[in-house]
Ligand binder design. Structure first.
Ligand code: PGA
Length: 232
């Protein structure tokens, strides 16, 4: 595990953008695993400004809220379209997220599992980390959940996400998320964390015990992980 500590969010974003850009230049038909949240926004913008050819790139996102469709500005489909895909020459059909409005959520999990299987291991998987140690929406648990599943979000996550809503009662309570085995299947994992609030959980996840109570701690077992932490 390569842990890089930088001072500012800007440095973190530039460094992460360099790594993602290098991946696509090296392999123009790369498969990228992508993440949402506040942390990657500047990195996405930085990558988009480089005019890299995304015409052969395919993407799979980590998660989506149950009940929100792509037109909803709090959905992760909307986030990805707005902050990244609309700025690239990527083909929309090559971008994948779980569908939060599927009528049969179990069938949607099965569809996403099959998609991940057919697309093969991601060349790079971008991750953020939640204050409670979640990756994707794999919340603290008594076991590592391997595959895509429907999860109930913890109070800590709902509280953290409420900054994007007028009222905490409007924050979705459930999400579809890629599983831990699927996250670990990526060839290279790039985790970015910004700000003093994340320093403690980064310490716990990457220097502490490997436990499903801190889902990100499992990354200690992955052979190729880069963590960039902005400590400002
Ligand atoms: P954030 O979320 O980037 O908005 O802090 C990260 C996460 O919860 O994975």
């Amino acid at each position: 595990m390569n842990i890089l500590k930088v001072k500012t969010k800007h440095e973190m974003s530039c460094l992460a953008a360099d790594i993602m850009a290098a991946q696509i230049i090296k392999k123009p038909d790369s498969v990228l695993g992508l993440a949402t949240g506040e942390t990657p926004i500047e990195m996405y913008d930085n990558v988009a400004k480089r005019n890299i050819d995304f015409s052969r790139v395919r993407t799979v996102n980590l998660d989506e809220y149950v009940g929100l469709d792509g037109a909803n500005e709090n959905s992760y489909r909307y986030f990805m379209d707005t902050n990244f895909f609309s700025k690239l020459n990527i083909k929309k059909e090559n971008t994948n997220l779980p569908c939060g409005t599927a009528t049969d959520l179990d069938a949607e999990c099965a569809r996403y599992n099959a998609l991940l299987e057919s697309i093969g291991p991601r060349d790079i998987q971008l991750l953020g980390i939640g204050l409670n140690g979640h990756v994707g929406f794999c919340e603290p648990n008594t076991e590592f959940v391997p595959n895509t599943s429907v999860v109930s979000l913890t109070e800590s996550t709902i509280k953290a996400n409420s900054r994007f809503y007028d009222d905490i009662s409007l924050v979705p309570k459930q999400a579809l998320t890629m599983g831990i085995r699927q996250i670990m299947d990526a060839k290279h994992i790039l985790l970015i964390a910004n700000g003093p609030a994340k320093v403690e959980i980064v310490e716990k996840a990457f220097y502490g015990k490997i436990t499903p109570a801190v889902p990100a701690s499992v990354l200690q077992l992955h052979p190729n992980v880069t963590v960039i932490v902005a400590e400002n």
